[in-house]
Write a protein that binds this ligand. Sequence first.
Ligand SMILES: Cc1cc2nc3c(=O)[nH]c(=O)nc-3n(C[C@H](O)[C@H](O)[C@H](O)COP(=O)(O)OP(=O)(O)OC[C@H]3O[C@@H](n4cnc5c(N)ncnc54)[C@H](O)[C@@H]3O)c2cc1C
Length: 148
Amino acid sequence: MIAPAQSLVIVGSGLAAWTLVREFRKLDAQTPITLITRDNGDFYSKPMLSNALSSGKTAAQLVSATSAAMAHQLGVTVMAKTDVTAIDPVACSVTTALGPVTYSRLVLALGADPVVTFRHKRASDFRHIETSWRGSGGHHSGVDFAFI
Ligand SMILES: Cc1cc2nc3c(=O)[nH]c(=O)nc-3n(C[C@H](O)[C@H](O)[C@H](O)COP(=O)(O)OP(=O)(O)OC[C@H]3O[C@@H](n4cnc5c(N)ncnc54)[C@H](O)[C@@H]3O)c2cc1C
């Protein structure tokens, strides 16, 4: 078992996870926190991705604090590049490639995955969407669409 039994384990290292760590630490500086994430754990503002390319920013320039700096500042153990593949609520542990990690409290801050119902690549696709959208008076018409 990697983490001590009395610990907060957070899966994810996005805004939700790091904000929870910050706020938790304001109240409790002692409880061990282990953050398990499939990415590298660096702190960055996801909305900045919108204009990163157009403003010529590199991925490294988007990072406002590295995983190591966040871990040091907030007293957290970060298990980066580590997928959680299963949860055992009876044993209070999560499964990772590095072995099971026990928790007394578990938070899943996994974000969301987009569901793409169909892809639009051509102007004719957009005309179809526009017609559907206007026909519904701007309300949901039963046709789901996403521009990515
Ligand atoms: C381009 C863009 C623009 C945006 N603009 C805005 C805006 O203007 N205003 C606004 O409010 N919101 C905006 N958002 C949305 C906002 O950025 C997100 O809602 C927010 O960042 C989500 O944070 P999160 O921590 O919930 O999830 P995420 O940042 O997605 O983090 C999820 C974490 O979970 C980890 N993870 C998932 N599954 C596992 C697993 N099995 N094992 C281990 N780790 C796992 C991932 O590695 C990741 O670290 C925007 C998003 C984008 C992409």
